[in-house]
Write a protein that binds this ligand. Structure first.
Ligand code: GLY
Length: 325
């Protein structure tokens, strides 16, 4: 029997072995449907998740927690100024300002978030500091920036030449139209479960390109862009934030898992709920990934073309999710 499995079975109180003692609404019903995977397992949104997973895996293997892993993993995308949808180099709002949103959650149910943050390359790390060093969950705009500077973060102009040129081009049309699977990444979201069975999640983005100034999407909102409940699992959403906000897709997905659905079934049901509430769902993309307490994963999207990276059992691979259309 593999070590992680042995440890997991020994733990009992959180695992499926003790499922009969858990209350109604627990993950008990997943017992018959999914197997226990060798831990750790890491899953991230889009192709950029592959490199992020590698980094997260290294952190876990060198003794880091799942929280360290998800933070350091998504920081790669934030620092990559050729990635125009996350962190440095993100596309600006319609007035030419790059504004960033991010949130993070750990296995203890702690959460931290920042939104409308400017000039700081790593919003995910500021979100973690909010979680660990303040009595609050969310800081916004100038206050978030001031807090980041007090915490030693350096400021930087995040608007690259490429993003500036794209903005100049956009101004000629100035249309708000969701672009499906833009450049194959719009938000990086990551879920990781370590060998102790502790799940953490992170989600970070520069949001919708050329949005109205002040617009905030789903990514920094706990329950919309990200939700983790260590008794059950976690979920992260990507795509059109407005649709995710209206249906709290990540929270809903975790609740479906709590009520016995596998991560794959839960992802599909969460997307189905979202499409039921949005008649125009064929015009935009939303994707979701999920991870349960046993290391099982799921991914589903409205449209074809949503990819996710899965690091599990010695492999780290990008796959296309199932989709509704
Ligand atoms: N999902 C990213 C956003 O809508 O801001």
């Amino acid at each position: 029997m593999k070590k992680a499995r042995r440890n997991f079975l020994k733990k009992g109180t959180l695992g499926i072995v003790s499922a009969p003692f858990l209350s109604i609404g627990s993950c008990a019903a997943t017992e018959n449907k999914t197997s226990i995977k060798t831990l750790p397992v890491i899953i991230s949104t889009w192709d950029a998740g592959k490199e992020a997973n590698e980094e997260a895996f290294k952190i876990l293997k060198s003794g880091g927690t799942s929280l360290d892993a998800v933070e350091k993993g998504v920081m790669l995308a934030e620092a990559d100024d050729t990635n125009q949808y996350v962190g440095d180099g993100g596309k600006p709002d319609r007035d030419g300002y790059v504004t960033l949103d991010a949130c993070i959650m750990d296995w203890k149910g702690n959460a931290g978030s920042v939104c409308f943050l400017e000039n700081i390359v790593h919003p995910i790390s500021v979100a973690r500091r909010v979680m660990e060093k303040t009595p609050h969950v969310m800081l916004v705009g100038e206050g978030a920036k001031q807090f980041a500077i007090e915490e030693g973060f350096k400021t930087k102009n995040l608007l690259t030449q490429q993003s500036k040129m794209d903005w100049e081009e956009w101004k000629k049309t100035a249309e708000y139209r969701p672009v499906i699977n833009t450049e194959n990444h719009d938000t990086i979201g990551m879920l990781a479960i370590d060998e102790k069975g502790n799940i953490s999640g992170a989600c970070t983005t520069s949001g919708m390109a050329f949005k109205m100034r002040g617009r905030v999407g789903d990514s920094p909102i706990i329950g919309a862009g990200l939700f983790v409940d260590n008794e059950v699992g976690g979920a992260v959403a990507t795509g059109l934030g407005e649709a995710v906000l209206r249906t709290l897709t990540s929270f809903l997905c975790v609740e479906f898992m709590r009520n016995g659905k596998t991560p794959q079934e839960a992802c599909k049901m969460a997307i189905e709920r979202l499409t039921q509430k949005h008649k125009n769902y064929k015009d935009f993309q939303v994707g979701i990934i999920a991870l349960d307490k046993n290391g099982n994963t799921g991914a589903f999207a409205i449209q074809e073309g949503f990819t996710y990276a899965l690091s599990a059992e010695g492999k780290n691979e990008v796959s296309h999710s199932e989709s509704m259309i």
